[in-house]
Design a protein around this ligand. Structure first.
Ligand code: GAP
Length: 469
């Protein structure tokens, strides 16, 4: 990360804390690494992003069904999926500064290719060769005193259902590392209750947990996070066409939400999981951390349903009523991190600009995603007639839009406060309002003001705050 990018990133992180978007978790106890809390504006923004995804993926489609499965699942789930045996990362510790690094990432910097199946001995042999050549150094402090690579499980354990002192391995219940596991387990219930015709999808939003080794990019990679995942069940012969269809659908979601096409790109995975036939990421060109993955689109074959069928003994095949063919559906997955998308929108929106010789910080969110849509001000705090009219307008707009009332400080300060949290419109009630029933509406981006009749405000905001989908 270069200095400008780092400064930009630090500015976002500090704004998030100062204005109540994101707080470090457990701060009064010194914090808790790679876990974050979401304050008032943060949760409003996150909910708006989630709602846009839900609308796009479920409300506007007749082939995708919603689900909210539990975080805790039968422990066999993660044996069947391969996570208990294989959801590991090889790690190396710096003995001097105590930082921890992914061993495969260290090797990749020297052009040594490593994949999921590379044995630990291979990694350690290659690391030792680099150590002997005095090339291997801690990326953080430059020390050469590094440990051997060790395997580190990303699975987070709990003792739910076994609240006893010593937790035996067989009693461990994992917190889900991805939300899709619940979709496979509820596939049969969904088919038997809703009877969808293939191809169809099941989608859900929920928390996932991973013991990430390297988690130091604010809310980009955390140990507790939210995923929005959709599993699309198809006849094996139709995977290719469905894959192309979903790549376009997901790409368009970013454009519909105001992300310019030049800010996103496809990254094709060269190393595929053994069951996968295709995997692409959508990457966003963050001003803060560079081009990085925000979403994955994966063709997973029949791996998930076949494995769960084998481990549970349940038949998870599908009978196509039209052709009378019975088969195990293949799965196409779209998977995106909600917190990571929130960072993407913050990174996209964060702007510092000069207005009449004064600096302003403004979050230029796509208007439909802004946490607060309309702020209502009386011109003067000490004029009861203005305050009561402003309160009346505020109460009138509140049922339809997330609104805020502010009478603190002068109007300029109130505008700056709303700019910093990305509020698209500020409404000011002044003395003219009392005679002609019009108010001033100020636009966040252009800062232009226009007079609008109070009766027309709702329609005006409905039109201007509408999402483009
Ligand atoms: N079910 C497939 C799956 O989980 P993944 O590539 O591991 O695939 C999908 O994760 C998405 O979930 C990523 O593109 C990212 O947006 C989000 N994600 C993964 N790990 C994350 C973490 N530790 N913190 C925040 N978001 C994460």
């Amino acid at each position: 990360m270069n200095k400008d990018n780092d400064k930009f990133f630090q500015n976002i992180i500090s704004l998030c804390k100062r204005r109540g978007f994101v707080f470090p978790s457990s701060e009064i106890y010194g914090g808790f690494s790679a876990i974050y809390d979401y304050g008032h504006y943060g949760i409003l923004l996150k909910n708006n992003i989630r709602d846009s995804w839900w609308k796009h993926m479920i409300q506007l489609r007749s082939d995708v069904i919603g689900l909210d499965s539990a975080i805790f699942m039968h422990p066999k789930t993660w044996v069947a999926s391969g996570h208990v045996g294989g959801f590991n990362d090889p790690e190396v510790d710096c003995k001097k500064c105590k930082e921890r690094f992914r061993a495969d990432h260290l090797l990749e910097k020297f052009g040594i290719s490593v994949d999921d199946k590379s044995p630990l001995e291979f990694l350690n042999d290659e690391l030792n060769k680099l150590k002997e050549a005095k090339k291997l150094k801690c990326p953080n402090c430059g020390s050469t005193d590094l440990t051997e690579a060790r395997v580190f499980s990303l699975m987070v354990k709990s003792n739910i259902g076994s609240p006893v002192g010593d937790l035996k391995d067989e009693d461990v219940v994992y917190l889900r590392p991805e939300t899709c596991g619940g979709i496979y387990l509820d596939y049969k219930n969904t088919v038997n209750s809703i009877h969808p015709s293939i191809p169809f999808g099941i989608a859900q939003v929920g928390k996932a947990f991973r013991n990430e080794i390297v988690a130091r990019q604010f809310i980009f990679r955390t140990r507790e996070f939210e995923q929005m995942e959709m599993q699309y069940f198809v006849h094996p012969d139709t995977m290719k066409e469905n894959y192309e269809k979903w790549k376009k659908i997901r790409w368009d979601w970013y454009l519909d939400n105001g992300i310019p096409e030049e800010k996103i790109r496809w990254h094709k995975h060269e190393k595929l999981a053994h069951y996968a036939s295709e995997a692409y990421d959508i990457e966003y060109d963050f001003n803060s951390i560079g081009c990085s993955e925000v979403e994955g689109i994966h063709a997973r074959g029949d791996w998930d349903l076949s494995q769960h069928s084998k481990f549970s003994g349940e038949d998870l095949s599908y009978l196509d009523g039209k052709t009378n063919e019975r088969f195990v559906p293949h799965i196409l997955e779209t998977s995106v991190g909600l917190n990571r998308l929130m960072l993407m929108f913050l990174d996209f929106a964060y702007t510092e600009e000069k207005v009449e010789d004064e600096e302003r910080i403004v979050l230029k969110f796509p208007k439909h995603l802004a946490p607060i849509k309309v702020a209502v001000f009386p011109l003067l705090k000490n004029k009861p007639e203005l305050v009561s009219k402003a309160k009346e307008v505020y109460e009138q707009l509140r049922p339809s839009f997330m609104c805020e009332f502010d009478d603190n400080g002068n109007i300029g300060k109130r505008y700056r406060r709303q700019d910093e949290i990305g509020t698209p419109y500020c409404v000011t009630i002044d003395f003219d309002t009392l005679t002609d029933n019009t108010v001033t509406v100020r636009d966040r981006d252009t800062m232009k003001q226009e007079r609008i009749n109070i009766e027309d405000l709702k329609e005006y905001f409905n039109k201007n705050l509408e999402a483009n989908m």
